[in-house]
Design a protein around this ligand. Structure first.
Ligand SMILES: Nc1nc2c(c(=O)[nH]1)N[C@H]1C(S)=C(S)[C@@H](COP(=O)(O)OP(=O)(O)OC[C@H]3O[C@@H](n4cnc5c(=O)[nH]c(N)nc54)[C@H](O)[C@@H]3O)O[C@H]1N2
Ligand SMILES: Nc1nc2c(c(=O)[nH]1)N[C@H]1C(S)=C(S)[C@@H](COP(=O)(O)OP(=O)(O)OC[C@H]3O[C@@H](n4cnc5c(=O)[nH]c(N)nc54)[C@H](O)[C@@H]3O)O[C@H]1N2
Ligand code: SF4
Ligand SMILES: [Mo]
Length: 675
């Protein structure tokens, strides 16, 4: 007995690594391993932002690693699509089938009949845009516009500032006014919350603009509970106030911006009265936000992604991000804006194989349409990796119908048996970030951290780089200087990064961020636009947007589907990652007035429906969501609702005004008692 205990004790060790999941924080992790198995996952202090604590969901990652849904072996389908009846095969058999089907598809229907489908997955730098990109580009496959997230905000930030580095967590305390606009860090990036609380303790005022009374909205000085999709009028009314009532910073505008007159012109019709009516918020509150913004410095806008997921998402994000330029809020620590800092390192990515612009481009938000309607050529092979498309893509009904097609050959490469994997012809098991390398990119703080293998691969799981590399070899598409396997791929990426970044990452596991990680906008960093000016108006985006740049597309509203359904991030998952784990019953949140108007009460079995589909679940009557808006969590799996559909079944596959983004929050629905 004693020797066993000693042996077990002796075999326990801990490993320092990083979390590459699609979360702004890129935590540093301290992982305990006993007898080759992970027994505990905790935060380390290596990343000062992590400060020794991490979210509850990643603490639970062992339940995923060793749980019943984990994929351990390649397998081929033996029953109808969707039912997850698979038979184990060898890697050799699985990859030779896939290679044969790729050649057949390319030679019969052309390379564009192959559609690679991927998004962030773990979101690390190694697991996407490395050998996967080489494979699909050399095959001549259809290209994928990766627009499910951050496409409208990205287009806006690029046009205005060329994605200039933005304010980081450490500088939040310096702000005297904080505006959280369409962002809910209490779920989506928890390490920011203490910085906001500290700023409040030091006297900063907090404004939250969100249709829900989030935890931080409860503590805010002003909460504007806007109707979803109405941020554009709200932001333009603030611009109007700044320009027309003498609060625009004319000196800054003259020196650092272009296009201010065009923005002013588009803002002119949006009086506080009109914008407040459109957003359904008290006009005095809206005016108070504008007055506080004009009067306070440093003032910081934390722009999130909630406001981008609707038809006006691009112009509204652009109008929000333009506010600090018009109001002259830059040039001081804690002043300006903050959004994604993933581009703030400024490095190029020469390791990514170039795209052929002549190849068909498929917008990932229209996957269902692509699978069911595209004919020239039809999609005959779908290769899903780093994504759980069956539940995260708009118009779920159509996506699932597409996945059911008998003449579609689907490969799904994942860590667990996702709802998408259930439809695969071949399933491939992937290593998690605890079993391989990756580079975690924080997009809140400016941070890059190395994730390294903590344990051996579970079962026969293999990393992306190995599998795509082997497919390249089998298809005779490999080039001599291609990295072979995951470690070479890692060294290749590190070697292509500027030495100050690549060598640091290799030697120490983290890179030293530029500007000490705390850039002051317009002191340390300037717009990365051709003339270093803020582009307040863009002719190109004006032509792209259906109603013109800063042109508002009102919600036509129907009596049939009067409620707006939103599906924000929840603290239990990252998108749909970890959604396989047990959770309390999923409920639709509805304001008490809306429930009373429909004769509904707490815990009723209900159906939420529109012309696209229906979700059956339980009702929670809850004053935290505004009147006229209902809310379901993002990232549900099909098992979480009574009829196997999730919020994405009610989301249209229409695109945002700029950037081709997803309109998840443009779902308009009605709710009734089920049965
Ligand atoms: N725990 C957890 N963390 C995550 C994720 C997750 O799923 N879970 N996802 C990660 C990813 S992929 C992303 S992109 C980020 C997202 O990070 P956030 O942008 O913070 O998250 P969202 O929940 O998409 O939206 C934020 C808020 O916008 C509100 N909102 C919805 N519609 C509107 C609107 O029209 N206008 C305004 N003003 N607000 C609106 C929602 O109620 C929500 O509270 O988080 C990342 N972090
Ligand atoms: N209703 C609704 N839906 C939404 C949103 C919303 O607001 N509302 N938001 C959207 C947003 S912001 C985003 S970013 C998308 C994200 O949508 P997805 O990109 O589909 O993200 P996940 O659901 O996290 O699925 C990622 C999958 O990749 C797998 N994976 C992780 N690492 C690797 C790897 O190294 N290799 C391979 N092969 N697989 C790996 C994971 O196990 C997981 O199953 O969801 C969108 N869906
Ligand atoms: S998901 Fe975010 S908060 Fe959780 S461990 Fe990863 S980086 Fe940290
Ligand atoms: Mo996202």
């Amino acid at each position: 007995m004693a020797t066993n205990t000693t042996a077990a004790f002796a075999s326990e060790h801990s490993v320092e690594t990083a979390c590459p999941l699609d979360c702004p924080d890129a935590c540093s992790l301290d992982v305990t391993v006993q007898d080759g198995r992970i027994t505990e996952i905790d935060g380390s202090h290596l990343n000062p932002i992590t400060a020794g604590y991490i979210c509850a969901k990643v603490r639970r990652y062992t339940e995923r690693l060793y749980g019943p849904d984990r994929l351990l072996y390649p397998a081929v389908r033996k029953g109808p699509k969707g039912l997850a009846t698979f038979e184990r095969v060898s890697w050799d058999a699985a990859l030779s089938t896939i290679a044969d089907r790729m050649i057949e598809a390319r030679d019969t229907w052309g390379g564009e009949s192959i559609l690679p489908y991927s998004y962030g997955g773990s979101n690390g730098m190694l697991t996407q845009d490395t050998s996967d990109a080489a494979l699909f580009r050399r095959l001549g496959a259809s290209r994928l516009a990766r627009t499910v997230c951050a496409a409208p905000t990205g287009a806006a930030n690029m046009a205005l500032y060329g994605k200039m580095a933005s304010v980081t967590y450490d500088d939040f305390h310096d702000a005297r006014l904080l505006i959280l606009w369409g962002a809910n860090p209490s779920a989506s990036g928890i390490h920011l919350v203490p910085y906001i609380r500290e700023a409040q303790r030091l006297g900063a005022k907090l404004v939250v603009i969100d249709p829900r009374t989030t935890a931080l909205a409860k503590q805010a000085d002003i909460h504007l509970a806007v109707r979803p999709g109405t941020d554009l009028p709200v932001a333009l009314s603030i611009h109007r106030y700044l320009f027309e009532e003498g609060h625009a910073d004319q000196a800054f505008i003259a020196e650092h911006t272009r296009g201010a007159d065009r923005l002013r012109e588009r803002a002119r019709p949006w009086t506080f009265e009109r914008a407040a009516a459109e957003a359904d918020v008290p006009v005095d509150m809206l005016r108070a936000v504008a007055e506080a913004y004009a009067a306070t410095s440093p003032a910081l806008i934390r722009c999130g992604w909630g406001q981008e997921r609707n038809r006006n998402g691009g112009s509204s994000s652009m109008a929000i991000l333009a506010l600090p330029a018009v109001a002259g809020k830059f040039g001081v620590r804690g002043g300006g804006y903050t959004m994604s800092n993933s581009a703030s390192w400024g490095y190029a990515r020469p390791w990514v194989a170039p795209e052929d612009p002549a190849r068909r481009l498929v917008n990932m938000n229209q996957l269902g349409r692509a699978l069911l309607e595209y004919t020239d050529p039809p999609v005959k092979m779908l290769f899903v990796y780093n994504s759980n498309a069956a539940v995260t893509t708009p118009d779920q009904g159509r996506v699932l119908k597409g996945l059911e097609r008998d003449d579609l050959f689907t490969v799904v490469f994942d860590e667990v048996m996702t709802d998408t994997a259930r439809y695969a012809d071949v399933v491939l098991p992937n290593t998690t970030f605890f079993e391989g390398y990756d580079i975690a990119r924080g997009y809140g703080p400016i941070s890059l951290r190395l994730a390294r293998p903590v344990i051996d691969a579970c079962g026969e799981a293999r990393p992306n780089a190995d599998v795509f590399g082997e497919l390249l070899a089998r298809l005779e598409l490999q080039k001599d200087d291609d990295p072979k396997g995951e470690l070479e791929e890692l060294l290749d990426v590190l070697g292509h990064l500027p030495p100050s970044i690549g060598e640091d990452l290799r030697d120490t596991g983290s890179a030293t961020p530029p500007y000490g990680g705390r850039p002051i906008q317009f002191v340390d960093v300037f717009p990365v636009t051709p003339d270093r000016k803020v582009n307040l108006f863009s002719e190109q985006l004006d032509a792209e947007a259906p109603a013109g740049l800063y042109g508002y597309q009102p919600d036509p509203g129907t009596a049939e589907y009067p409620l707006a359904l939103i599906s924000p991030a929840s603290e239990r998952t990252i998108s749909s990652t970890l959604s396989e784990l047990p959770r309390p019953e999923v409920r639709l949140l509805m304001h008490p007035d809306d429930a009373t108007a429909r004769g509904l009460k707490q815990a009723d079995d209900i159906r939420v429906y529109n012309a696209l589909g229906e979700v059956r679940c339980t009702l929670s009557v809850d004053g935290s969501v505004r009147r006229g808006t209902v809310s379901l969590p993002k990232g549900l799996w099909r098992k979480h609702t009574a009829n196997g559909y999730t919020a994405t079944a009610l989301a249209p596959d229409t695109l945002t005004d700029l950037g081709g983004g997803a309109c998840f929050n443009d779902a308009r629905v009605e709710v009734a008692r089920a049965g």
